[in-house]
Design a protein around this ligand. Structure first.
Ligand code: AMP
Length: 192
């Protein structure tokens, strides 16, 4: 199985690159942000609770997203592999993901981190907010809170994968195709 973590701050381009990776490698995309937005759209209790945190740029509790991921892994037993997008976002989530995947004998192959500076992220997210319809993209204060949550709680996840020699970093500023080519070069290394 090819299990990848696509890592980076909000606005780094993880969603865009995930779509291209799915097409090329036939992987299943697991975005906890998308799963949470689907819960909100369905009006579930989980969705309503998560929305309160998401609208303030805060992370939802670890057990909520781990539960969603575990359910999706079980529902896709024959998958060729998964792209984890926006997950894990805390070291606890990374540890729990390791446990889930190790029990299936299909650990994470690598983390690919898209590096983009904070000014560029703010600019991209405000632009995306104009047509994404996402309330957390439109508001500069919420955007800055999301970037702060990333720097405080999510950035340490990179060290977790560095410790396992699975960390790869690429420049997330450039054309979509250039960045995709850089990602594919790393993926191919792990496929060999
Ligand atoms: P995203 O679509 O990945 O930018 O996620 C949007 C929002 O959903 C985040 O700002 C968090 O509030 C929440 N969220 C998504 N994934 C996670 C996660 N793995 N852990 C905690 N909160 C998450």
């Amino acid at each position: 199985m090819l299990n990848l973590v696509l890592f980076g701050p909000p606005g780094a381009g993880k969603g865009t690159q995930s779509k291209k990776l799915i097409d090329k490698y036939g992987l299943i995309h697991l975005s906890t942000g998308d799963l949470l937005r689907a819960e909100i759209a369905e009006g579930t209790e989980l969705g309503l609770e998560a929305k309160k945190l998401m609208d303030h740029g805060k992370l939802v509790p670890d057990e909520v997203v781990i539960g969603m991921i575990s359910h999706k892994l079980d529902a896709n037993k024959d998958a060729k592999g998964f792209i984890f997008d926006g997950f894990p976002r805390t070291v606890t989530q990374a540890e729990e993901l390791d446990e889930l995947l190790n029990s299936k004998g299909a650990p994470i192959c690598c983390m690919i981190a898209l590096e983009v500076n904070d000014n560029e992220l703010e600019h991209r997210l405000l632009l995306r907010g104009k047509d994404s319809g996402r309330s957390d993209d439109a508001n500069p204060e919420v955007i800055r809170k999301r970037i702060k949550e990333y720097n405080d709680k999510t950035a340490p996840v990179a060290d977790f994968y560095k410790g396992q020699s699975k960390f790869n970093s690429i420049n997330g500023i450039g054309s979509v195709d250039e960045i995709f080519a850089a990602i594919c070069a790393i993926v191919e290394k792990y496929l060999k």
